[in-house]
Ligand binder design. Sequence first.
Ligand SMILES: Nc1ncnc2c1ncn2[C@@H]1O[C@H](COP(=O)(O)OP(=O)(O)OP(=O)(O)O)[C@@H](O)[C@H]1O
Ligand SMILES: [Mg+2]
Length: 468
Amino acid sequence: MSIAEKIKILILDDEKQFTEELNGFFQDSEYESVEANTAAEGMRVLKSHVIDLLILDVRLPGVNGLDILKEVKGQYPAMEVIIISAHGDMDTVIKAMRLGAFDYLRKPFRYIDIQIAIERTQKYLQLHRRLKQMEERNSLISKNLEEKIDRQFIGISPQILEVFDQAITASNYPDSNVLITGESGTGKENIARIIHFSSARKEHVFCAVNSSAITDTLLESEFFGHKKGSFTGAFNDKMGFFEVCNQGTLFLDEIADMPFNLQAKILRATEEKVVTRVGDTKPIHTDFRIISATNHNIDGRVKSEKFRLDLLHRLNTLHIHIPALRERPEDIKPLLTHFVELYATRFNKPNIRISKEVFGLLATYDFPGNVRELRNMAERAVILCKSNVLEISNFPVKPQKENPVERVSESVNLKQNEFNLIQKALKNVDYNLQAAADALGIHRDALSRKMLKFNITLSSEKKIRIPS
Ligand SMILES: Nc1ncnc2c1ncn2[C@@H]1O[C@H](COP(=O)(O)OP(=O)(O)OP(=O)(O)O)[C@@H](O)[C@H]1O
Ligand SMILES: [Mg+2]
């Protein structure tokens, strides 16, 4: 119920003349009201209408009005009740107030008395709802603050320096949408936070949403919000993510999994910056930036018609690809050192060193879980370590089988390594030229030239063919 919205009232009293008169008065006074003359009729109305305020006579024939009060407060906790009592029945009034009635009126009363009581109730309801909306917003903000701490992005490889550079550019253009791709655990959400908190939107909400984690039936209302009573369980008006993110950033994680039927609606909201809550008609303006992320091959999803090309074009104004950790092994050392320091402080184990062999061992590992895996390894190693030195025994990693073509560090032949890296980069991104060029930290044209030089071509099945 916004300030402009009308309060909806149910009058429950056995005196038909009284309910009719009061109903007429309410209709003239801009309130929406319904009347009922028996408890059963009243309960039926409550089931089929969204009522904000019940005006209840506690002396209904055959039933105890206090029992009705108890029942409706249990079933409709957001509804307020004003009771009508007989003159001198203070005992009932006290009991009713204890059961949660908001106010009481003694019969006979003047219209002005009921009007004052209703206005007070209305103000209270509005405040209560605004408070709830603020709580929803604040819980998101405090979550942000907590996670703000985890915003360091460690790395020295040219690829990661390039990613960092692209993130800074993205933060300077706070209205352009950004798509971040990369395998799981490469730091996509981390980069999204860095972009938001370095941008002009940083004082506003960063809201991370994984649409694949929300049930289908709730998706639309979670994104667009809903009006109270628009479906079973919609007890209050609710803001959706787009509204909550007004002036902030909406981070759409796992964008490739977004249900197809929602994609058109998301596209429209993104283009028009206007949303309408489920069950409502009022357009609401909201200004947000979308950063989305995926570890899937989104071009493949477009080809298989699981993802709309027009939405992809809207989302990838700026594209940042974070290469897998195995493609930038020089980052392992600074990352491990950082995580070990972090956990050594957290677990109160100061002065922990990392033995050289550990770095040697990790250089042979592929890190399918990328930086997240390395981080978990560091945590476990610090916990299990009995001395001041982390040894290879603290790292449950088996050196992986050496594949002479794949292993880059084995050979020091520059040409051979360049060839291997290009081949590997293409394979890692399912032979997408742009993504491979991003991973290699070079321009797409430069990659094409190098492929020509090494005679690497993509066949129609997108398999690498290397002419002998
Ligand atoms: N360069 C980095 N420096 C410091 N920490 C990093 C870096 N990259 C990733 N991390 C850490 O690794 C963990 C995983 O990162 P994040 O959640 O951002 O990955 P993701 O790409 O979103 O993964 P997923 O696709 O599984 O959602 C986090 O704890 C993050 O802080
Ligand atoms: Mg993520």
